[in-house]
Design a protein around this ligand. Sequence first.
Ligand code: ADP
Length: 802
Amino acid sequence: MVQGGEVAAWRRALVAGLVLATLAAGLVGIEISRATDHTASWWPAAGVGVVALFAAPRSWWPSLVAALYVANLLANVLGGHPWDASLGLALADVLEVVVVCWGTRRIIGRHLEGLTDLAWLVGVSLAGALVAAVGVAVCARLFLGGDFLRTVLVTTGSHWASVIVIAPTGLLPHRSVRRPRAAPVVLHALLLFGAILFAFGPSNDLAMAFAPLPLVIWAGVAFGSRVVVIEQVLMASAVTILTVRGYGPFVSDLHPAGSLASNLVTQLYLVCLVVTGLPLALAVRQQLLANVAVRSEQRRTEAVIDSSTTPIMVADVNGIMLLANPAVTRLTGFTPEDLLGHGFWERLLPPEQWEVTRRAFADPDRIPQRGETVIRTAAGGERVVSYSNGLYHSPDDGSLQYVLTMTDLTEERATQHLLQHLLRSATTVAIVGTDRTGRITVVNAGAEALLRIDARAATRHSFLDFLDPDQLTLRGVAAGVPIGFETLVHDVTEAESRTRDWTWVPPDGVPLVVSMTTSVIADGSDSPIGYLFVARDVTETRRNQELLREALQREQLAVDHLRALDDAKDDFVSTVSHELRTPLTSIIGSIELLEDGMAGELLPAQKQMIDVIERNAERLLSMANDLLTLASYESPSAPVTHLEPLDVRTVVQASHASVIGLLSSRDLKLSEDLPAEPVLVDGEAAYLERALTNLLSNAIKFTRDGGEITTTVSVDRDAERCRLSVSDTGVGIPEDEIQNVFQRFFRSSNVRADAIQGTGLGLSIVRSIVERHHGDIDVHSNPGQGTTFTITLPLASGVRTD
Ligand code: ADP
C-alpha cells in the first residue's frame, strides 16, 4: 500500500511537472519566434502535452486536458497574444494533444516497439498537427490578421515536428534490450553537438545540414532508442533555436529566419532526423530481440535434447554424426567424442553392415523411416532398439540433416521371448490371463489342454464360463461377496496371491479339479489391470487323497474297536483274577489245615494228592496275583510311581536275599559284582526289587544245577545311566523267539518242551516296572549256553548334575 501510494504521488508530481513544462515550452515556442512571426515556428508545448497525457492514467485525462488547456492559454496570454486569440489557440493546441494521445493509445499502445509503431506515430502526429493547424489558422485569421494558408502550413510543420520529436520520450520501449555504456554515449553526444554547431553555427555559411546525420545513424545503430529519443529532443531544440536566430543553412537573405520557407525546411529537417535515427534504433532493437528469442529457443532445444531420456542423434546427409545427446551415451556407452565426426554405422553397427549403410545414404529415399535393429555398445554388448528417422533442414544453414531417435527394446524383447517361451513350454501348467472384468485375454498351451479349447476361442469367453457355477455360488455366499468374478478375486491383492482348489468345467462337460493360484496384474498404480490364474490338474491327486482319507478313517475305527476289545479283555482278566484270589486263598488255607491233621491223620496216598492240589492252587494264586499286578501297572488310572533317590546296590542285595530260599534245593552259584560307590537312581525300591527278583527267579528256574548266576551293576557316567544285568548259564532262548519274550503269556518252546512251569507274565511285569522308571530292558541269549537280561536306568538327577 505504501509503495503504491508512493508510486501514485511520484506520478502526480511527474504529470504536474509536465503540465508546467507545457506552459514553459509554450512560452519558449512564442519567444523563439517572436522576432519573426505571430505564429510559432516550433511548438514544443504540443509534444510535452502529449507526453503528459501518456504519463497519466486514463482516469486523469479529463482534468489533465483542462490543466493543459489552462497551461496553453497562459502561455499564449503571457506570450503576448490577446485573450480572445489565446482562448482559441489554446483550444486548438489541446485538441491536437487529445487527437494524438487518443490515436496513439488505440493504435500503438503504451510503447514504441517497432517500425510499424513509428509509422503510425508519424501519421497520428501529422493528423494531430493538421487539427491544430486549422484551429490556429482560424484564430490567426480572426484575431491576429494572419494569412490562413500560410498559418496552416507553418503550424502543421511546427506542431508535427514538435510531437514527432518529443512524444517518443513518453512511448519508450518498456524493456531495454541492451544498456549502452556511458563513455561512448557521452562522446557521441559531444560529437553530435559539435556537428550541429558546425552545421548551424553562426560562423558557417556552407550548406552542411547533413553533417549530424551520420552521428544520428550511429546513435540509432549503437545506442538504442532511449538515447536516440533524448538526443533528438536536444538536437531539435538546438537546431530550431539556432535557425530562428538566423544561423545555419536554412536561413538566407532570400529566406530569412521566420520566413515560411525557412520554417518549413527546419521543421521538415527535424522530422527527417526523427525518421532517420529512431527507425534504425527500433529496427536494431527488433533484431536484437529476435536474436535473443532465437538464442533462448536454441538453448531450450539443447536443454530438451540433453535432458531427454530418448537417445537422439543428428547426422548430416552423409550420415556423419553432428550431435548425440547424453541418452545415447547412456544407451551405447559411446561418448560424443567417440561418435561425432564419424559415420554413425562405424560405432553402432557391425562391420559387415557398414558398406550397405554408407551407400544407402547416397539415396535418402532408401533410408528407412523407422524400424528395429540391433546396435553395438562400447562394452562389446548388443542392444535391440526401435528407431525413427526424420529428414530436416538445419535451422543454421538450411542443409539437410537426419534426426534419429531410438528406443531401447532389449529388456522388452527379452521378456517377450521369455514370456512366449513360458507360454509355449508350460504344457502341464495352465496359465490364464484375464482383464479386470474376467474376460480372457491370454491362455497358454497348458490351459488349452485342460479347458479343451483353443486359444483364439478362449479369448471370446469370460473365465467364469469355465467354472463350476454351484461351487462359485457356494463360495460367494460363504464369503459374503457378489456371485461372479468378484467371488474369484475378492481376497487377492497385489501383494498377496491366493491358492485354492477350484472345479473347472470345460465345454465338453467333464469337470476337473485344479489347484489354482490367483494373482493381480498391476500397472504400478494401485488399480489392477487384470488377473493371472495359474492352475494344475489335481483331479487324480485329490481322488487318491480322498481314498486314503477314507481308508485311514476305516483303520482308525478298527483300531478303536480293537482297543475297546482289549480293554474289555483286561477288565475281564482283572475281574476274574480278583474273584479267583479269595476262593484260592481259602482252598490253600483248608489244605494247610488238612496237612496239619486238623481233619484227622492223612493216609500217604491222601497226603500225596493234597500236595498236588496245594501246588496247583498256589500256581493259580501266583498267576492271579501276577495278572492283577500287571493290570494295575498298565491301567491308565494307575498311580504314578513315587520316585526317590535310592542305591541300586541295596536293591540287588534285597533281591538276592528274597531268592535265597529258591536255591536251598539247588546246586547253583549266585554272585554279584557291584561297584564300591553307591549307584543312585530315582526309583521306588519295592518295584525295582520285584523286577530284579523276577529276573533272578527266572534265571534260577531256567539254569540247570552246577550253573552260575551273576548280578552285575555298572555305571556309564557319560551317558548318565547305570546298567543292571542278570546273567545265567541256563537253557537260553531260541533265536527266532527272542523278540517275543516280553509279551504276555509268552513261554519259549524249549521251556514248554521241558515242562518247566510258569505263567509267562513275569517279564511283562519287569518291562512295565522298567518303563515306569524311564529305563530300558534288553535281552541277549545263546540257546544252551545262557541268557543275560540288562536293565538300563537313568542316574538320579542330583547325581547327573554333579
Ligand atoms: P515264566 O517264567 O513264568 O514262564 P516269564 O515271563 O518270566 O514267565 O518268562 C517268559 C519266558 O521267557 C519263559 O517261559 C522262558 O521261556 C523265557 N525265559 C525267561 N527267562 C529266561 C532265562 N533266564 N533263561 C531262559 N529262558 C528264559
